[in-house]
Design a binder for this molecule. Structure first.
Ligand code: 5GP
Ligand code: MN
Length: 314
């Protein structure tokens, strides 16, 4: 924390970034930091840059309108410091990586698979990067305002499944309590955030429920969505958000595997575990990672091959 504080104080131009397909924790922790730094250091130039655009169900967070897309930026970024939040690897920030090549990096995260790729690393095995951010902002003596509180609360909701996962601790509730005191409306956030399926997303979910396979010997639920079928429904990857959790809600299922083919034929894998299976370890067999109960990877292997390796690992 001390090193981070010093580095921030000594940098004039700071860029914040996070992972591709940003979720509530990526945007929440990044926005809280962005708003905090802008407020505390009005003379510094602070930017928040992402490869992919903010999903619709997070646009309600104040500050997201200031997020820049890396495609809008030519060449390398002119910056003294890059702060990367919620990204398990440096590669996961996508094409922002090329733009911060020779810039000093601070890595703020909560994934156990994080290889500590920063010049300074603040990686804690707790509920969310937003929970890490809460402590960091306190340490930077930045008073949380309502907008920062909403961002952190949303990040925690995102990564704890609205306080239902086993990564929730007493501290998580204490922080949430403070955020409520700052005016956060828990019911509004849950509605803004969760009641946000797209029509196409529901059609895809229907298809998943129809076509998923349950493999009882492994207590595994599996669904594969080829790119052609996503296109046939006029869907995008955003429309598959949350699908991997939904297919694991079968009472018998303990692990879910959702494979989605991308336009170039690579397969994006998502896994969830309800009980003992360590899906971080399984994702790492494909070069991915994440958490014990939620992980992801990209692979050039065919879907059936990936399924076979996952089955063998369970
Ligand atoms: P999701 O299935 O929601 O995309 O991701 C679940 C978890 O796995 C998240 O915490 C995410 O950061 C991590 N994750 C997803 N995809 C990858 C990946 O390709 N590589 C690594 N290292 N982690 C991933
Ligand atoms: Mn996270």
């Amino acid at each position: 924390m001390k090193d981070i504080k010093e580095k921030i104080l000594n940098s004039e131009k700071i860029v914040i970034t996070s992972h591709v397909n940003p979720d509530g924790d990526a945007i929440g922790s990044g926005i809280a930091l962005y708003l905090g730094l802008v407020k505390k250091f009005p003379n510094k130039k602070i930017k928040f840059i992402l490869q992919d655009k903010v999903p619709k169900n997070l646009e309600f967070l104040k500050g997201t309108e200031s997020i820049l897309l890396s495609s809008e930026i030519q060449g390398n970024l002119d910056s003294d410091l890059a702060i990367i939040v919620d990204s398990a690897t440096l590669e996961r920030i996508g094409d922002v990586k090329n733009k911060i090549e020779n810039i000093f990096k601070i890595n703020i995260d909560h994934h156990i698979s994080n290889p500590l790729y920063g010049d300074i690393n603040l990686v804690e095995n707790i509920s969310s990067t937003s929970e890490v951010m809460y402590s960091l902002l306190k340490d930077l003596e930045i008073d949380l305002d309502f907008n920062m509180a909403e961002a952190i609360y949303t990040g925690i909701v995102n990564d704890t499944g609205n306080f239902s996962h086993d990564n929730v601790t007493k501290k998580t509730f204490e922080i949430a309590g403070e955020l409520i005191e700052l005016g956060v409306n828990n019911s509004k956030i849950a509605k803004d955030f969760y009641a946000s399926r797209t029509y196409i997303g529901m059609k895809i979910l229907g298809k998943a429920f129809e076509e998923m396979r349950y493999i009882p010997e492994k207590k595994l639920t599996y669904f594969y969505l080829p790119y052609s079928e996503l296109k046939a429904l006029s869907g995008t990857k955003d429309d598959t958000e949350g699908l991997v959790e939904e297919i694991n809600s079968n009472i018998e299922s303990e692990v879910s595997l959702f494979l989605r083919e991308e336009e170039n034929g690579t397969i994006k894998g998502s896994m969830r575990s309800k009980k003992d299976a360590d899906v971080n370890a399984i994702a790492s067999k494909f070069g991915g990672g994440g958490h014990i109960k939620a992980s992801g990877f990209s692979s050039t292997l065919p879907a059936e091959e990936i399924l076979k390796i996952v089955e063998q690992s369970l």
